[in-house]
Design a protein around this ligand. Structure first.
Ligand SMILES: [Zn+2]
Length: 271
């Protein structure tokens, strides 16, 4: 675990403190808030962005080759070798304060839906519900022969421990994790759910996404077009910074707990 999430209000700039008050007001005034999360929300849990070169996960691999559907079909061994690093990080990872904060906001009734680009299941493990995983998940696998769906954990552990490739117990074909690979379309049903939630929300919070991976990066735009508020929490700039009500260029694992504190304090004082 990196040392994050120990931010206190007094350590923050006046502008950030004001931003937190303002963002808390927007959250309290919303009825149909949606959050969109990206790799930045899981880095404090030890999982780098597996789509970014420089993450360490690409050192010996060309991402466009190994994590593509074509490679998987022709050479699943290569794919699984690449996936090994990512899978072991995900198996060991624990939710961090950012995941717990979003689950709390949801339990308090301030957040309807979580759309995530992550495949690590950490939102659910923090207690969140109604999570739309637009890039899939490592929790389940599908048989490439008979399309049977199954729980992935035992197969992933068997691969990590004994390098056993996962094969379907019914038809013997290789099993593919339900991740969206390079060059693969997002599953239509899930994509439509995310699009619908974005169009219908009155507030979108982007947490830990640089909004660079299409088509997901376009979802906040759909929300804005329908008059929603936008709160951005991400270390680096995004193309929508200029359109947002509030922007935090800070660590999400530090900011989100403070934001929840602001929302609930206002509840207690009735402000
Ligand atoms: Zn099968």
């Amino acid at each position: 675990m990196e040392s994050v999430n120990n931010l206190t209000m007094s350590e923050l700039s006046e502008a950030t403190q004001y931003g937190l008050h303002y963002a808390a007001d927007i959250i309290r005034g919303s009825r149909k808030a949606v959050v969109l999360t990206g790799a930045g929300i899981s880095t404090a849990s030890g999982i780098p962005d597996f789509r970014s070169p420089g993450s360490g996960l690409w050192e010996h691999f060309d991402p466009f080759e190994v994590a593509s559907l074509t490679t998987f079909r022709h050479n699943p061994e290569n794919f699984y070798q690449w996936m090994r690093g990512l899978a072991s990080l995900i198996l060991e990872a624990q939710p961090n304060p950012a995941h717990y904060s979003l689950a709390t906001l949801q339990q308090l009734g301030y957040l309807q839906t979580i759309i995530t680009q992550n495949i690590d299941n950490l939102h659910q493990r923090a207690g969140a519900q109604n999570v739309i995983e637009v890039h899939g998940s490592l929790e389940t696998m599908t048989c490439c022969g008979c399309y049977q769906s199954m729980q992935a954990r035992d197969y992933v552990v068997a691969y990590l421990e004994r390098a056993e490739l996962p094969y379907c117990p019914k038809c013997g074909a290789v099993l593919k994790p339900d991740l969206v690979l390079m060059g693969e379309q997002l599953p239509a049903r899930i994509w439509l759910q995310a699009l619908q939630a974005s169009k219908n929300c009155d507030l979108m919070i982007v947490a830990g996404s640089s909004l660079e991976v299409l088509p997901v990066a376009g979802l906040p735009m759909r929300a804005l077009e329908n008059g929603a508020h936008l709160i951005l929490i991400n270390y680096s700039n995004t193309y929508l910074d200029v359109r947002a009500d509030v922007v935090f260029h800070e660590d999400v694992a530090g900011i989100l707990p403070l934001l929840v504190e602001q929302v609930t304090q206002a509840d207690l004082t009735g402000v």
